[in-house]
Design a protein around this ligand. Structure first.
Ligand code: NDP
Length: 272
């Protein structure tokens, strides 16, 4: 049986085994997918052990996405742009590191929510690992504007600078929360503020009429950010769709077949 896993620490909460089992059943692929708790200082050894056991690929979650960059012998363009790896593929030519988080987010916005990014004004809150991973996939859809706002403004500025040439003249910019100007069609919360029930200090005026507000976090009840966005007329979306879509991208990389995601997302949502 072909073997895959997800590495993390902690890992007990991971929904990835359930998602990949559903994809495998749906596409008729014979494989196993397990959770692996790697020691915080032992990620590389855990990967080598899994390869020695015949593992063909792995997902990588907190706190190992940067360690995974070092373990990989080759990086895809999007992994290099993100500076982080969430998917490893163990090939005959070595370990390939990919990052499917950004593609997952974009697939959820465009495919599942039905909101095109092309020509739209996009506000990205946060400039950490998750934010870094989504900038390239967003720019590939040619938004009219991408503003990256962060508490630590210098981090947002560095990120905007990295992608300025790719975005085109004046498309990508950075600022602090208090300096955001105008209204946006898509507002993405890529901060970890929701984990501590905090709200990035943005003005309600950032939500254009009919805006889509997406929080990368997910859970049984809406985050404080989604509650705030809802009070100001935005359409709401949590990070569960992104989670399922990034898994579908990884599955497709490993197995060469892209699974359908709607039913899997629906059944996960029912269990939240
Ligand atoms: P990082 O630790 O790399 O970055 C954290 C970011 O949040 C930074 O920009 C930080 O700002 C900002 N931040 C933290 N606390 C606050 C606060 N109280 N107010 C304002 N800004 C704050 O985390 P990640 O980028 O890895 O993860 C971010 C979120 O994305 C997490 O909730 C994670 O669960 C989620 N995620 C979801 C995925 C999915 O599939 N749905 C996939 C990946 C991530 P500063 O730079 O100033 O410190």
């Amino acid at each position: 049986m072909d073997r895959y896993c997800v590495f993390g620490n902690p890992i007990a909460h991971s929904k990835s085994p359930e998602i990949h089992a559903a994809f495998a059943a749906q596409t008729g692929q014979e494989l196993t997918y397990e959770k692996r708790l790697a020691p915080v200082d032992g990620f590389a050894a855990a990967v080598q052990a899994f390869i020695a056991e015949g593992g063909l690929g792995a997902n990588v979650t907190v706190p190992f996405k940067l360690d995974a960059v070092k373990v990989a012998q080759a990086l895809t363009i999007r992994a290099r742009a993100a500076g982080a790896v969430n998917t490893l593929h163990f090939t005959e030519d070595g370990i390939v590191g990919d990052n499917t988080d950004g593609a997952g987010l974009v697939a959820d916005i465009v495919g599942n929510a039905g909101v095109p990014i092309t020509g739209k004004r996009v506000l990205l809150l946060g400039a950490g690992g998750a934010a870094r991973g989504v900038v390239l996939p967003i720019l590939e859809h040619r938004p009219a504007q991408l503003v990256i706002a962060n508490r630590t403004v210098a981090t947002a500025e560095a990120l905007a600078e990295q992608f300025a040439a790719l975005g085109g003249e004046g498309v990508v910019s950075a600022c602090g929360y208090g300096d955001i100007e105008g209204a946006f069609d898509i507002v993405i919360n890529a901060t970890s503020a929701s984990l501590s029930a905090e709200l990035p200090p943005v003005s309600p005026s950032v939500f254009a009429p009919g805006a889509l507000a997406l929080d990368m976090m997910y859970g049984a009840s809406p985050t404080v950010f989604l509650q705030f966005a809802g009070q100001h007329g935005a359409r709401l979306r949590d990070g569960l769709g992104m989670l399922v879509e990034q898994a579908a991208e990884a599955f497709s990389l490993w197995r060469g077949v892209h699974p359908a995601t709607a039913g899997v997302l629906q059944s996960l949502r029912a269990k939240l």
